[in-house]
Ligand binder design. Sequence first.
Ligand SMILES: C[S@@+](CC[C@H](N)C(=O)[O-])C[C@H]1O[C@@H](n2cnc3c(N)ncnc32)[C@H](O)[C@@H]1O
Length: 246
Amino acid sequence: MDVRDQIREWWDDDADAYDVSPGHSLSDPVEAAAWRAALLSLLPPAPARVLDVGAGTGSISLLAAEMGHVVTALDLSKGMLERAERKASERGLVIDFVVGPAEEPPLGSFDVVMARHLVWTLPAPAEALTAWRRAVRDDGRLVLFEGSWAGEGPWARAKDAIASSAERLMGVRNDHHAPYPCGVVDRLPLQGASSPAPFVEAVRSAGWSRIRLVRLRDVEWSIERRAPWPLGRLRRRPRYAIVAES
Ligand SMILES: C[S@@+](CC[C@H](N)C(=O)[O-])C[C@H]1O[C@@H](n2cnc3c(N)ncnc32)[C@H](O)[C@@H]1O
């Protein structure tokens, strides 16, 4: 089976469980507020035409639509998008849902392409980032939300090991989903990043310009405060937005 089909199948299977994590569904009002602030400062003024790639169960599509943007939500997984569609209809939000690969975005002169936690899982990130330049208007914007998921610095692994032991002792369930099957992870050049450098380089090599990096400290803080001490501190990952122009 082709790696993209394996990834689609994996997310279709995960769709029912994905929103159990407050960080995925943004069900925690403080974290949702931190993301709302990030979108307000990084997206163009509403109403902008926004393409959310790898929209999943729609967390940031919904926030953007609530702010008055005209949102198209694209995802490879029908299962994930069905959850997003249900939530949009419960909230009375109109969003255009498209099932398809990130590498083949719908044609349209979007003002902005955004993607949260998608680029790490692309087998060919440069191909997708190049295609997104063609999906935006001449001075269109890119807003990527990513993180150094492997942690940064020499103590990252030790902190994870301590956190895992502490979770067992404290009886805290880790609600993050299971890892990808063997064979998929090896095909993803940006998974396990331990700095923003590879994401910035992928954006640069796809021809985007005026690249800037914005650390999402309020998002990190909102996540850290939710977990019992010291788990939030130990599991904290640098999160950032990479913003660029076409
Ligand atoms: C970690 S989830 C992020 C979902 C959502 N953006 C969020 O922030 O909650 C990754 C999403 O990317 C989607 N995805 C993975 N590979 C894709 C691809 N090649 N094209 C489009 N979507 C893809 C998955 O189906 C999944 O919904």
